[in-house]
Structure formats: C-alpha cells, structure tokens
Write a protein that binds this ligand. Sequence first.
Ligand code: GLY
Length: 352
Amino acid sequence: MKKSDSNSSEIRNTFLNFFKKNNHEEVESSPLIPHNDPSILFTNSGMVQFKKWFTGEEKPLFDNVITIQKCLRAGGKHNDLENVGFTPRHHTFFEMLGNFSFGGYFKEEAISLAWNLLTKEFLLDKNKLIITVYKEDENSFKLWKKISGLSSDRIIKISTDDNFWSMGETGPCGPCSEIFYDNGSEVEGGLPGTKNQDGNRFVEIWNLVFMEYEKHGDALKNLPGKFVDTGMGLERISAVLSGKINNYDTDLFDYLFEKISLETNSKMNDDVLINYRIISDHLKSIVFMMSEGVLPSNEGRGYVLRRIIRRALLNVYKIKPNLIILNKLVDHVIEKYRGVYYELEKASLFIK
Ligand code: GLY
C-alpha cells in the first residue's frame, strides 16, 4: 500500500484482509449503545462487545477475531468531547480497527501481527516507529526487541496508567503496549513519557492490550485466561498513511468540509477551521447515535446527544447565524459510511 493511495476504505480492506489471512474471523461492529451493560453509556472501544468473552461469563465463539467498531467517546471514563476541534486527533465518533484473541495467541503473536501489518502491508518505515511498554512488562520489552529489531531506546518503558488500559471503572483491563509514529523533528512534541508528550510529533497509532485482569474499583482479579485486545483508530492511521498530521485532513472529513462550505457560503480558513471541524465531528455522532434510536433528552445518552447537537448548532451559528443546515448534511455522512454501516440509510428520514 503506497502512502499516496491511502484512503479510509483501502485501509479498512487491507486491515481486514491481512487478519483474515492470519486466521481471524471478522465480526460486525456492535451498536454504539451497548446492550445489557449499564457500566458504560456508549461503546468506547472494540472490546466492549466481547466483555463477557473476556470475563468467562460467555464462551467465545472464535479464538481470533477482527472488527471495525464504531465508537463514541463523549461520556464516562473515555470522554473526548471538550477536545474536539482543538486538537488534531480527538473525535466524539470514530472507528476502531481491532484484533482480539480469546486464547488463540498472546503477546508474541500480537506484537508480530501488528509489526507486520504496519511495516509490510502499510509499508511504514520502521525508523519512524516508537514503542511503549508497561514498565513492569519486561516480557513485552524483550519480544518487541526480538520481533522489530528496534534499539532499546526506541522501546520506552512507561510506569503510568497510559500503559495500563481499562474499559471503565469496572471491566477487563491489562498492561498495554502502544505504537507511535514519528511525524518528524520539524513537528513540535516530545517522546512518550516526557513532559512534552502531548505535542504532535509522536502520535499513538495502535494500542495492544494484554488483557489479564478484571477491575472492580481499585481491586483487580485475574481473568480466566490471557487475552489480546487491540485498538487502532481509523482516523489516525488514515492521517499517517496520507502523510498528514491532522486527522481532519483526510478523506474521512474533507467531503463534509466541502458541503459545510457550500451550505454556509463560507470558505474554510483559519477563522472558521475549528468550527468546521467541530460541526463535522459532531454531525457524525448525531447521525450514528440517532440511527440507533437515541433522541435528545435531559439525561443519560439523550443528554449527551443533546449537548452534541447544541455544540454543532453553536458552531454553525459562529460561521453564520440563523442557518439550519445540519439536517442538510445528514445524507452526506450516510453516503460516506453506508457501505460499512448498513443501518444508516433506513434511518435517514428519522434523523433529518
Ligand atoms: N481497547 C484498547 C483501546 O481502546 O485502546
């Protein structure tokens, strides 16, 4: 896959084909509204639909699975709402590419699969990749050295929660290893674990979680086995593979910018850039949430939707007051995603 060829559909396909070739079953995205799970408001990652497979409450149907999961991070432990538009990488709605193992493999194969996809299929230069591991996870450190051949200074040990992933206040969790892409020295930002780590130079593209525990408040108990849960945001890998620093500069957003420009009769320039980004991000969340029947209300999920709609409206207002355009943009989101998420099209009228 050449960099210039990269758009989100090709990336989805390359990801799916690679893991299918490597004995994974594709499972469809679960809804954004997790069923039978009061512990979270929205599906915030690929592993949510497999929670009971991890905890042993249900028997896994497959050993190895891949998904492209629609996710929402706008409430609860993982909440990115306030950051949207102001950073290159935060979204309320996003898609997560993930591979999972329920006993089929553990750290070594997970690391090797991730490395091969990035360097042999996506053709990323290995000298642009940096790895982090949880400080106490010496095994992952050694495996990364062996598999990637990277020098020790490019495999960084992190002692904080950044390298211990959990789904929420309760639920499966474990140490994780993250893969970062280096956007180059001309971009401001420090290595992971340094005080400048939030800059844009080093961007986290893939998180490999080695699920071993179940969290109940502060207490950890062992899961019935050692499992793998990974998450790679489609928007981030699309940016990297398109040679962009900002996720909003990819095909996942540019079609909407064009339509916002037309509907508001404005040009996308520095004065309105943030407004364009917020509107496009929020519109996706609105469309996806409403396609699952969520309506604006004063509490719970409906309240999150209401906040998102209000923020989207406010940002339209900031470009041009008194325009009603969100409803006119709905079909463009549906058009972009309908080949992947079939549920959108039949909800079009309802959403508008
Ligand atoms: N479940 C892994 C992640 O969301 O990063």
